[in-house]
Ligand binder design. Structure first.
Ligand SMILES: Cc1cc2nc3c(=O)[nH]c(=O)nc-3n(C[C@H](O)[C@H](O)[C@H](O)COP(=O)(O)OP(=O)(O)OC[C@H]3O[C@@H](n4cnc5c(N)ncnc54)[C@H](O)[C@@H]3O)c2cc1C
Length: 503
């Protein structure tokens, strides 16, 4: 069989890229190794009758311009109001933070909001365009250079200094300029530390929160599953052919150019181009024959850091999950129990290949807004526990999983003493389990760690930061590419646009 483009991976970026390409007139075949589409966004029934709508929950960063470009509203995509973030204090109170207006609950965050608003346009421009090449070719690329340069110039001295100060600083230093430590830190930190190997006291962590705050909108109704359903319908309507339950075993290369892919059953699919949305280490170290990479590029890819930092615990519970006797229904809770110091300590454990004794918990209860995820009278509690390293001393065996489960349940017990009696079934995934089940190197949440040296023109490596790679016709477009991981659709959309020009 022969086609214009083979897209590897049916996660949200693969589906986005495939739909752009098909709408531009290309013949597109998408190959997904799992039996269902969605990748990390696919729903998961972890116990009979109990389902999480994806391994993740937050869809607020999926871009509106992609929704418009692909007409996703016509294919069922709807937005909804963001859920309030609740932070149980170690006492009995709870901070309730409205992500669309955190300044309301915490008045001293009003100045913080103003700083973000002042640089929002420049940041959005930076993350929603391919990284600039400093060796422009053609009039278009010179104009792009001028346009982006003008955006920064228009900031003026004061706002440029603000931006220059925030980008390299630590999350703690940035937030403590505006507000006090404690529950506010716990409410906001997860958005900065997702994908990061370092904690809130490390340089560069403020940038992650700044980018998120500049780009987030309203979440998608139905969560990740709602997004994937709309993307799948749009892809099929655009003419994308989809094959699930079949892995690509090798990307075929001849004379330095891609010629297609070979599937695990031996079938050869010929194509003019391949767009890989699996993580870059999988693409270049496993799917491409190493002999096709130059030594310097191979070294560069080898050095990409993709260490998982968090485990996932799914609880099936009887009754409501009600920390500190909170008013129902709570849908999103964050808890470290001690502000920045507590969060930093959870991340410290990663450096020493240990499970933290007190992880930082990002807790979602998706069944609070979607009761069909659990049997009547029950709920699903989905916990991302930061402080669980991929490279765990002794490895991720049953006893390591049991240990993480015990630690997380005992931490939950601090805010919800009834929880031990409420749990009727559970599942624990360490980063190694996420890696094995979802084909993501290191179980890294964003495919490639978030760090200043793995950002923009360095992501995933300078040779492929603009989505084309050293192998002609091979493009990358998953979360390991610019601008980053998270459910944004941007790597998929931008890589497809670059590939369109090359077809
Ligand atoms: C536990 C967890 C929590 C997270 N929480 C959030 C969150 O709250 N908010 C947020 O924005 N982001 C979150 N993320 C990150 C986000 O999920 C990812 O960045 C994003 O979903 C990745 O989408 P993708 O399409 O780039 O890749 P993936 O979803 O990983 O899709 C890649 C696809 O490629 C397929 N594949 C791999 N190899 C092959 C092969 N050889 N042949 C065929 N198919 C192959 C895989 O099966 C997979 O379906 C979280 C991630 C994790 C793991």
């Amino acid at each position: 069989m022969s086609t214009d483009v083979v897209v590897i991976g049916g996660g949200h970026n693969g589906l986005t890229a495939a739909t752009y390409l098909a709408r531009s007139g290309a013949g597109v075949l998408l190959i997904e190794q799992q039996s269902q589409l969605g990748g990390l966004c696919a729903p998961r029934e972890f116990s009979a009758g109990f389902t999480v709508p994806g391994l993740l929950h937050d869809t607020a960063c999926f871009r509106d311009w992609i929704v418009k470009d692909l007409g996703l509203s016509e294919f069922g995509l709807e937005r909804q109001k963001p859920s309030v973030i609740a932070v149980p204090d170690s006492g009995e109170s709870i901070l309730l933070l409205d992500p669309s207006d955190p300044a309301q609950a915490v008045p001293d965050l009003a100045d913080w909001r103003k700083e973000i608003a002042a640089v929002r346009t420049v940041i959005r421009d930076l993350v929603d365009q391919p990284p600039l090449s400093l060796e422009p070719s053609g009039v278009g690329s010179y104009l792009e250079l001028l346009r982006q340069g003008f955006g920064i110039f228009r900031l003026g001295d004061r706002d440029f200094h603000t931006l220059a100060r925030i980008l390299p600083t630590s999350l703690e230093d940035w937030l403590l300029r505006h507000t006090s430590d404690g529950p506010v830190a716990e409410a906001l930190a997860a958005d900065a530390l997702f994908g990061s190997f370092t904690g809130p006291k490390a340089a560069g962590t403020a940038a992650n929160l700044l980018i998120r705050e500049c780009c987030a909108g309203e979440p998608i109704s139905g969560g990740p599953a709602g997004l994937i359903a709309a993307l799948e319908t749009a892809a099929k309507a655009a003419g994308v052919q989809i094959r699930t339950g079949m892995a690509v075993q090798q990307i075929e290369v001849s004379g330095g150019r891609v010629t297609g892919v070979r599937l695990e059953d031996g079938e050869l699919l010929e194509s003019r181009a391949v767009l890989a949305t699996c993580d870059p280490k999988t693409t270049f170290m496993r799917l491409v024959d190493p002999a096709q990479n130059t030594l310097s590029f191979e070294t560069r890819v080898n050095n990409i850091r993709s260490r998982g930092t968090a485990g996932k615990i799914h609880l099936a519970v009887k009754g409501a999950f009600n920390p500190n006797g909170s008013p129902e229904p709570l849908e999103h809770i964050r808890y470290a129990g001690g502000g920045f110091n507590a969060i930093e300590r959870a991340f410290d454990a990663l450096k020493y290949n240990q499970i933290s004794e007190s992880p930082y918990l990002d807790i979602w209860i998706p069944s609070a807004s979607n009761p069909s995820l659990a049997p009547e009278g029950h709920h699903v509690v989905s916990i991302l526990a930061y402080g669980a390293p991929f490279e765990l001393t002794g490895g991720w065996d049953d006893s390591a999983r049991e240990r993480l489960t015990e630690i997380v349940l005992s931490k939950l017990n601090e805010i919800a003493p009834a929880i031990q009696d409420q749990v009727v079934a559970m599942e624990t995934l360490g980063p190694a389990d996420i890696a094995a089940a979802y084909g993501v190197t290191g179980g890294q949440l964003g495919h490639v760690e978030y760090a200043l040296d793995q950002f923009h023109v360095m992501r995933p490596a300078p040779e492929c930061a603009r989505y084309a790679t050293p192998i002609a016709g091979l493009f990358v477009g998953g979360s390991g590419s610019h601008p980053s991981g998270g459910v944004t659709g941007v790597p998929g959309a931008l890589s497809a646009k670059q590939l369109e020009q090359a077809l």
